[in-house]
Design a protein around this ligand. Structure first.
Ligand code: 2DT
Length: 212
């Protein structure tokens, strides 16, 4: 019998919500209970496309807004063959940001609509679970200053949060909102519960296509 596929699990959320910390903890915890898991993150700054994106985020280069949007999407598409291979091998992928960040961040810029922003990512592997780490702007502010990269301002983050709220209305995606104001262990336990459920369900389902 072919081995059961892994689940595609995505963590999204505004800055300071603890996505990266929680992705790492989740992968560790899954591995410790005997479930093969690997972490990925988007943008993946290691590829040629990722390096263009990284220079843009670090404000070392300028890119036209549509162009950088399409590069973020291309950076996901270039990883699809290896993602599918790993999922088929039974490895669960825990992904720090995905197409939802793509659509939310670009559509928060003037002159962009959510619909246009979603288009390039239609048909990507569909996550079995997307957890949105919810944190109010005032709680985020208590966690310290924003960094120096592009998009790291409270005004822009608020606009991004609104776009995420619109995306979360889509019932075709398995969204779960996680209260990220709890302590690290509390958030982790919550995330672990949802993830184990998703892994069990995904085993018996084909991988879907996003927004299709
Ligand atoms: P971090 O590497 O700190 O997560 O920041 N972004 C991300 C986009 O604008 N579009 C995308 O498709 C993705 C995945 C969010 C990366 C920054 O890039 C933004 C913050």
């Amino acid at each position: 019998m072919a081995c059961k596929r892994g689940a595609l699990i995505v963590l999204e959320g505004v800055d300071k919500a603890g996505k990266t910390t929680q992705c790492k903890k989740l992968v560790q915890a899954l591995q410790q209970c005997g479930r093969p898991a690997e972490m990925m993150r988007f943008p993946d700054r290691s590829t040629t496309i990722g390096q263009l994106i990284s220079a843009y985020l670090e404000k070392k280069s300028e890119l036209e807004d549509h162009t950088v949007h399409l590069l973020f999407s291309a950076n996901r598409w270039e990883m699809v063959p290896s993602m599918k291979k790993k999922l088929e091998q039974g490895i669960t992928l825990v992904v720090d940001r995905y197409a939802f960040s793509g659509a939310a961040f670009t559509s928060a810029k003037p002159g962009f609509c959510l619909d246009w922003c979603m288009k390039p990512d239609v048909g990507l592997p569909k996550p079995d679970l997307v957890m949105f780490l919810q944190l109010s702007p005032s709680e985020a502010a208590l966690r310290g200053q924003f960094g120096e990269e592009r998009y790291e301002t409270s005004v822009f983050q608020r606009a991004v949060q609104q776009k995420f709220e619109q995306l979360m209305k889509d019932p075709s995606v398995n969204w779960q909102v996680i209260d990220a104001s709890q302590n690290i262990e509390g958030v982790h336990n919550n995330i672990m519960d949802h993830s184990l459920n998703a892994i069990n369900t995904a085993q018996n389902q084909l991988l879907g296509e996003l927004w299709k």
